[in-house]
Design a protein around this ligand. Sequence first.
Ligand SMILES: C[S@@+](CC[C@H](N)C(=O)[O-])C[C@H]1O[C@@H](n2cnc3c(N)ncnc32)[C@H](O)[C@@H]1O
Length: 262
Amino acid sequence: MKLSAAFGFLTDFRYALQASLPGTLKAVISSPSLLLKPALVSRIVMSYVWGLFANGIDGNSREIKIGLITQDAHGLVLDIGAGHGHTANYLDHDKVSKYVALEPNVLMHPQIRATAKAAGFEEADGTLVILSCGAEDTETILSTVGAVDTIVSVLTLCSIPSPELTISTLVRDVLQPGGVLLYFEHVRSPRDDVAWWQKLWTPLWQLAFDGCKLDRPTHLWIEGALNTKGEKIWKEGRRWGVKGEPEEHLWWHQAGRYVKVS
Ligand SMILES: C[S@@+](CC[C@H](N)C(=O)[O-])C[C@H]1O[C@@H](n2cnc3c(N)ncnc32)[C@H](O)[C@@H]1O
């Protein structure tokens, strides 16, 4: 792997620190007890970081999101780790009845509300629900919105704790039979040299990006997911990459569409 690609990481890391440090320091100075709550500090950092990166990342992934989300999201749509709610911009009103934005970082909720409203989804008319639990909290999801037709995960499975367990539990308990999981994630590279750098940088990167790991083979976990009896959970599925994405990309992406057995 070229060293310029391997160290390109440091540029984004520096931007993330520059964007988040002033606001985070201000929050800690006005409430020093935050120092005893590192998870909360991490969420504050991420709210600034995502404010800097979200629109650019969304713009770069527009084509793949249209082919994935606009094409296949239908019915009741659960967006795990909704961030600023960009998924709402890709939902087709003719096919989607409700947008459920699950986002544990409540600092991002005003942005979700604004983005969803501009895309025609509002809490007032019942077309938008915002959940503040994690994706692993299937009880809260089920008791609030019930089973869903579509689960969307965009750049989220890199951050959540126990992703393999969360994916299989969400699909087993929350996704309707015949429902669809749509994902777009950065994942562990199939190239050993790139994967080595991803593993090296992950401990540093996750500090700035709320636990985000560069080295998770999420695409393989989804592909091979089984139910508790050891049976396949997918009726069909396929995955694909981003056209023109360099092989040396530290954030090597995969998109996938998987249909749950009926
Ligand atoms: C990189 S952002 C992606 C946001 C959005 N999906 C997008 O593409 O614009 C990852 C998001 O996952 C959220 N997240 C972190 N832990 C989570 C969990 N346990 N369950 C669901 N979302 C989580 C973070 O708060 C963050 O908003």
